[in-house]
Design a protein around this ligand. Structure first.
Ligand SMILES: [Zn+2]
Length: 172
């Protein structure tokens, strides 16, 4: 998610995790002062039964300061699993085949682990941004201190490197 502010809406075509176009989706983003929501509106068609579900829901957006300037926008995953609201702060939402609502990779058990295709997870592979994203999310959750005695902590420095890599491969 790139930087935006204010209110915007439009119809975008969305591709799923595997690069297939899933649907055209109406998205309205409303954001002020570092928080807001994205409203998703689309019709989901069940692959085998053809049954249609009208989807209209809001996904909260939050920001964290990009420690080194600007902010980074995050979705809060709207899914619930076993009755427990996920709410994870994630950079991307996914809609895998069979899914109706967009959710985070944790909820959909998506990952590019080496057990699958290791080459995809390397720099230049299609899974690489996902790997970076995951490292960034995980590390972000671990950083408790940004500086120690006026100097960036080890984790803060690592995060900065990841941030730069993410921006380079995801277009900021
Ligand atoms: Zn989730």
């Amino acid at each position: 998610m790139t930087t935006f502010c204010g209110h915007c809406s439009g119809v975008i075509t969305w591709t799923n995790h595997w690069g297939e176009q899933t649907a055209s989706i109406g998205v309205t983003v409303c954001a002020h002062d570092g928080e807001g929501h994205a409203q998703f509106q689309y019709t989901h068609t069940h692959r085998s039964t053809g049954e249609e579900t009208q989807c209209d829901y809001k996904v909260p957006l939050v920001t964290t300061p990009c420690h080194f300037g600007g902010v980074r926008w995050w979705f809060l995953c709207p899914l619930s699993r076993y009755g427990v609201y996920c709410g994870r702060r994630v950079g991307k939402l996914y809609l895998p085949p069979g899914g109706v609502y967009y959710g985070c990779r944790h909820c959909y058990d998506l990952s590019y682990e080496s057990r699958n295709e290791p080459r995809l997870a390397r720099p230049g592979g299609i899974g690489y941004p996902l790997v970076l994203e995951r490292q960034y999310e995980d590390l972000y959750g671990q950083v408790h201190r940004w500086t120690y005695r006026g100097r960036p902590t080890r984790k803060a420095k690592k995060l900065r490197i990841l941030e730069a890599r993410l921006d380079a491969c995801c277009g900021g």
